[in-house]
Design a protein around this ligand. Sequence first.
Ligand code: C2E
Ligand code: CA
Ligand code: CA
Ligand code: CA
Length: 279
Amino acid sequence: GARREERDWVWFNSLTTTAVDQRLTLWQDIQVALEENQFFLAFQPIYNLSSNQPVSAEVLLRWRHPQQGLISPAVFIPFAEQTGLVKRIDLWVLNAVARQLRQWSKQGLSMPRLALNLSGISFLRPDFELMLNNAFSEDFALLKHLEFELTEGVLIEDMERIQDRIDSIRQLGVQIAIDDFGTGYSSLSRIRNLAIDHIKIDRSFIDDIESSPQSCKIIEAILHLAHGLRLKVVAEGVETEAQLHELRQMGCDLVQGYLLSRPLERADYEALLNEDLEI
Ligand code: C2E
Ligand code: CA
Ligand code: CA
Ligand code: CA
C-alpha cells in the first residue's frame, strides 16, 4: 500500500563527496533516465463526491534508478526545475501520457481524464503548443482527456501572457487546474479572470481538518468563492474517514488521497477502471 511506496523511496545518496559532485551526478543520471526510459507513470484516481465514482486521475512521475531504486519526484523535480531539466522531463511525461491515452483508446477502455503536473516554465515556453500538437498529432480528439495542473508559482508571471496561453490550450479541450492552492502567491482574486476548471486545495489544509477549526474555515471559504466562480474543487491528500466526511459536509466536489487509493502502476489502475469501484 501507500506505506510500502514510502518505505521504498530512497534519498539521492551518491558515493561522491561534495554537493557539487552530487548535483552533477544527479544531472547526468536524469539525462540517462530520459534516454533509457527509467521513468514511468503512476495514476492516482480522483473521485467525484456526488457520484462516488472515479472521474479522473493524477499522473505522478516515478523513477526507477538502476542503483538507487525508486527516487521520489519530491527529490528530483525541484532540482530539475532549478537546472532547466524539467522542460525535458515534462516533454517526456506529455509524450508518455499521449501514448498511454492512444493505447487505451485502441483497447476501447473507458478513459477518465488524466491530469498531469506541468512546471510553469514548460507551460509558458513559446513552443509549448507545438509540443502539444506533436505529442497528440495522431489523434487530436484525445486532448479532451487531458488536464494540466499548474502550481500557483506560475501566477506570479505576467497575467496577460498566462491568460492567453490558458485560453488557447482550453480551446483544444484541455482542462486546467491550479495545484497546491492556498500555499503560495495566488489568491482567488488573482485567478478570478482566468478561465480555469479546477482548484486543488493543498494537502496541508486537509491534514488539519480534525485539529484546526481555522483550516476548516479556510476550506469553506475556498469552496464558497470557487463555487461562485463556477470552479470545481479537489481536496488532495485525504487520508481519514473523518476528513472525507467533513469534506462531504462542506460540499467539496472531488477528492483524492491514500484513503481512496494510493498512486497505482498502470496494470493496477486499469484493473480499478474495470472494477468500477465506488467509495
Ligand atoms: P503534487 O502535484 O502536489 O502531487 C501530490 C503528491 O501527494 C504526490 O506525491 C502524491 O503521491 C501524494 N499523495 C497523494 N495522496 C496522498 C495522501 O493521502 N497523503 C500523502 N501524504 N500524500 C499523498 P509525489 O508523487 O511524491 O509527487 C511529489 C510532487 O512532485 C508533486 O506534488 C509534483 O509537484 C511533482 N511531480 C510529480 N510528478 C510530476 C511530473 O510528472 N511532472 C512534474 N513537473 N512534476 C511532478
Ligand atoms: Ca499535482
Ligand atoms: Ca498538489
Ligand atoms: Ca505539491
